[in-house]
Design a binder for this molecule. Structure first.
Ligand SMILES: O=P(O)(O)OC[C@H]1O[C@H](OP(=O)(O)OP(=O)(O)O)[C@H](O)[C@@H]1O
Ligand SMILES: Nc1ncnc2[nH]cnc12
Length: 176
């Protein structure tokens, strides 16, 4: 059962039909992020199952950065920024992928020590394209993937199958 803080946080995720393109129902987490109690409750719930078991938190640009920084601060670890292509001077790994509404390329710097235990975080799991690419990036960097955690998992796009069973989601919602 969800705590009162988590129940309120879930209610702060808003639905936006036909954004950013027809047929997509966009879930906006910005009202949740703006509420300190909700941000704390959600980030706490995201990393608790993995507490003590990771050395660094990887977050996917842009929304994943906000969550990775918050979780790293709570857990006392560093952050691995997974960036959209073209933002790093000397990326150590680079992968192209598709997501619910388009395609993109992500890159990461070579800052992991060999075998570093990495927790990958993002806001939404939709098709899983972004997180699967992030997981592959972490492995190519020599890290050990210890978990993947999101605020909201959208049912019906096959994301969990793509990313793997060990993904943790605080909330789940039907696609529509
Ligand atoms: O499961 P998927 O189908 O891959 O979709 C999920 C991804 O889509 C969004 O990112 P987006 O690329 O829109 O970037 P943003 O964080 O910069 O808004 C979201 O923040 C996830 O990273
Ligand atoms: N439906 C959706 N809402 C918000 N972010 C997303 N990323 C991919 N699909 C999304």
């Amino acid at each position: 059962m969800l705590s009162d803080d988590l129940t309120r946080a879930e209610s702060q995720i808003t639905r936006h039909p036909d954004y950013p393109e027809p047929g997509v129902v966009f879930r906006d987490i910005t009202p949740l992020l703006a509420d300190g109690t909700s941000l704390r409750a959600v980030t706490d719930a995201m990393y608790r199952p993995f507490a003590g078991g990771f050395d660094i938190v990887a977050g996917v640009e842009a929304r994943g950065f906000l969550l990775a920084g918050t979780i790293a601060s709570l857990a006392g670890t560093g952050v691995l920024p997974i960036r959209k292509a073209g933002k790093l001077p000397d990326p150590a790994a680079s992968i192209e992928y598709t997501l619910e509404y388009g395609s993109a390329r992500i890159e990461a710097p070579g800052v992991l020590f060999p075998g570093a235990r990495v927790l990958v975080v993002d806001d939404i799991l939709a098709t899983g394209g972004t997180l699967a690419a992030s997981q592959q990036l972490v492995r190519e960097l020599g890290g050990e993937l210890v978990g993947t955690t999101v605020i909201l998992e959208l049912d019906g796009l096959g994301g969990r199958e793509t990313v793997g069973d060990h993904v943790h989601s605080v909330f789940t919602a039907a696609l529509s």
